[in-house]
Ligand binder design. Structure first.
Ligand SMILES: [Zn+2]
Length: 164
């Protein structure tokens, strides 16, 4: 399914909800000073889970620590999880994964899929409050064709193309 503008409002409603205790703890941890954006090399542990080893992680430096935390949480529950993509979608983190490598006939239960989905949703929700450029507290920015989550300091530093 191709994502369209029409699909967005459903996802956006989540922003108005109060964060869960888990999300709040994660946010507190990530936003504890000093915030230092993780180096791209810190995402190396995710590589062996990639279906396509040539995939490049397309998230800004401010989210790398969150992505690493997400990987650690997922690998703890699903040691052989399969990673399809890590990207930004509608200003939120999209960590696309399966509980185990995909196989014809199935390789995981629906319960496992639900558990993984719930886990990933926590990190997506956390990303909605973290600047993708620097890792400080951020909010949704709709000033350019692409929606981004940025802090006040980073908002003027990013051009209309959304490149971080
Ligand atoms: Zn920022």
């Amino acid at each position: 399914m191709k994502w369209t503008k029409e699909a967005a409002p459903v996802e956006r409603q989540r922003r108005d909800r109060a964060p869960s205790a888990y999300q709040q703890a994660m946010r507190d941890r990530l936003l504890a000073a000093p915030v230092v954006p993780a180096h791209a090399a810190e995402l190396e542990p995710l590589r062996r889970h990639l279906r396509d080893p040539s995939f490049e992680f397309v998230v800004g430096p401010g989210w790398r620590a969150l992505v690493l935390l997400c990987h650690e949480a997922v690998v703890a529950a699903f040691p052989e999880y399969e990673l399809l993509a890590v990207k930004q979608k509608w200003a939120a983190l999209s960590f696309q994964a399966f509980p185990r490598p995909w196989k014809r006939g199935g390789n995981w239960t629906s319960d496992e899929a639900v558990r993984l989905g719930a886990l990933l949703a926590e990190f997506t929700a956390a990303s909605e409050h973290i600047c993708e450029r620097c890792g400080n507290a951020g909010t949704l920015r709709e000033s350019r064709p692409i929606e981004l989550t940025l802090c006040d300091a980073c908002e003027p530093c990013v051009g209309p193309d959304g490149r971080l």
